[in-house]
Design a protein. Structure first.
Length: 142
């Protein structure tokens, strides 16, 4: 078996997911690089390599992958979910001109400071606490 597929098979099994041929193909395509894909984009990506995969199968597996922690989810715009293949701790910048999503890492100290200040401000303005915050920054300009 190809080393990439072997790695993906181990990831699926580690997360309690049976590695069917469709799941292996799908996970391999999604996890080969850090990317932020919408469900429809995953459908087209998988169908280019595995044309008999149904939309329902792909969408159900995306849900399973995110529930089991293989993929993260990110909602930059209300109602639009992106599936994030980078499971390391990070935040996101959205390039306003293109809509591209870029992973950004902050030092642990800076991240704690930024999230502490944001949480404090948010609670003062809304009376609600922030929990499990993810920072998404929109970058204007070229």
């Amino acid at each position: 078996m190809d080393p990439n597929y072997e790695r993906v098979k181990e990831i699926l099994e580690k997360h309690g997911i049976r590695p069917t041929s469709q799941r292996l193909e799908m996970a391999n395509l999604i996890l080969k690089e850090h990317q932020h894909l919408q469900a429809e984009e995953v459908f087209h990506l998988v169908n280019n390599h595995f044309p008999h995969a149904s939309r329902a199968t792909i969408f159900n597996n995306l849900k399973l992958f995110s529930e089991k922690g293989i993929l993260g989810t990110l909602e930059v715009k209300a109602g639009v979910t992106h599936f994030d293949s980078n499971r390391s701790r990070h935040h996101h910048a959205v390039l306003e001109s293109t809509g591209a999503i870029v992973d950004v890492e902050l030092s642990e100290t800076l991240e704690e400071q930024v999230l502490k200040e944001l949480s404090k401000s948010f609670e003062q303005k809304t009376g609600r606490k922030l929990e499990n915050s993810k920072l998404v920054i929109t970058l204007k300009g070229d």
